[in-house]
Ligand binder design. Structure first.
Ligand SMILES: NC(=O)c1ccc[n+]([C@@H]2O[C@H](COP(=O)([O-])OP(=O)(O)OC[C@H]3O[C@@H](n4cnc5c(N)ncnc54)[C@H](OP(=O)(O)O)[C@@H]3O)[C@@H](O)[C@H]2O)c1
Length: 333
């Protein structure tokens, strides 16, 4: 496993991390605590030291499983969590504004779930653009950083515009953004600014919710409770969070074409090609694929040992994006 500096934090994190929305047990099928713990142990054994979660993943379940894992492991592991969406879920809409009391409660709950005294990285969880613009949300996190309850803060964002707003605040140390072969605008419009400002980039939804592994066939049916069923067209939240905003059958077709362009082998699978493509951009600090099975986590972690893709591969994938992918992207971006 190779490690990269996470922006201004000065901390070196694994270039392949682990996303744990899956451990919530609600939006990706019912993954057991035992399986989740096995995925965590195996990932860390392979050198992963960065884990992304959120207070709303299973309403604390994902954080609690990670808390249990932290007690079991002897390794140093950096956990990033998120806040802000619990209010959206509980109040069935965004609050007029976040208050010190709300944020204090959110942070204290995450601390308890994770079993730590201080959160390594706290992120606003895709709160509305207007709230980012006002800057108050940033000052709230500054307050809790001064109090020592969080060590660093950043923002998980939906659009380039939001990323640029967040980076205006000198305290913002990381941005978490949907970044994958289907979402290449980020390369040109966000990464250069992040690099110049030394803001760490966490690449989420790197496999377009599994589409970019090439494993799905058109018409595939996901369980009712899986967001790949109930949010496939953005009915519940931003469509970009599911299949990176590409209509499912179209995404299957695009993944098939990418597969036929590169003929993935056992040496580099389609999933690894997709993750390697992201890692080849040096402004990225880490890529955080989610996993429901231990084999997936193993394969994903091993991407770090695969050499960078040839420049011609990048050029081909860029051309393919411009001509065949871009017209189908939905959602704020
Ligand atoms: N708003 C936000 O801040 C936000 C939103 C979305 C995600 N995130 C974070 O980003 C992380 C990653 O995004 P994501 O989980 O939504 O999407 P993703 O990483 O693009 O896709 C994860 C899914 O891809 C499949 N997969 C993973 N590795 C595989 C492999 N090697 N071979 C075959 N299939 C594989 C699994 O699907 P199956 O379930 O079919 O096995 C897995 O559940 C999340 O876990 C979460 O931590 C944050």
């Amino acid at each position: 496993m190779k490690y990269r500096l996470l922006g201004k934090t000065g901390v070196k994190i694994s270039e392949v991390g682990l996303g744990t929305w899956q451990f919530g047990g609600t939006d990706w099928g019912n993954i057991s605590e035992k399986d989740a713990l096995e995925i965590l142990h195996k990932s860390v054994e392979l050198g992963v030291n960065f884990i992304d979660t959120a207070d709303v993943y299973g309403m604390g379940r994902s954080e609690k499983i990670i808390g249990k894992f932290l007690k079991e492991t002897k390794e140093t592991v950096y956990v990033a969590t998120k806040l802000g969406r619990r209010e959206w879920v509980e109040q069935k809409g965004w609050p007029a504004k976040y208050t010190t009391e709300m944020v204090k409660k959110d942070i204290e709950d995450s601390l308890r779930n994770l079993g730590v005294d201080s959160i390594f990285l706290q992120q606003w969880h895709c709160i509305p653009t207007e709230m980012l613009k006002s800057g108050e949300a940033f000052e709230l996190l500054e307050t809790f950083k001064k109090r020592g309850l969080i060590q660093h803060w950043g923002c998980s964002i939906e659009s380039i515009e939001e990323g640029l707003i967040c980076m205006e605040h000198p305290g913002c140390e990381t941005l978490q953004v949907i970044y994958n072969i289907f979402r290449q605008k980020v390369t040109e419009q966000l990464l250069p600014v992040a690099k110049q400002k030394n803001v760490g980039i966490l690449a989420r939804v790197p496999l377009a919710s599994g589409l970019l592994t090439g494993k799905f066939k058109k018409g595939h049916k996901f369980p009712e409770t899986d967001h790949r069923n109930y949010n496939a067209d953005g009915t519940a939240f931003n469509v970009g969070e599911t299949f990176a905003g590409i209509p499912f059958d179209k995404g299957v077709e695009l993944a098939e074409k990418i597969k036929s362009m590169f003929n993935p082998t056992d040496d580099i699978t389609m999933a690894q090609l997709a993750l390697r493509w992201i890692l080849d951009h040096d402004a990225v600090s880490t890529v955080i694929p989610g996993a429901t099975k231990i084999e997936q986590a193993i394969s994903n972690a091993r991407t770090s040992s695969i050499p960078p893709l040839d420049e011609s591969v990048h050029q081909k994938l860029y051309q393919f994006y411009k001509t065949e992918i871009e017209p189908y992207i939905r959602g704020r971006y």
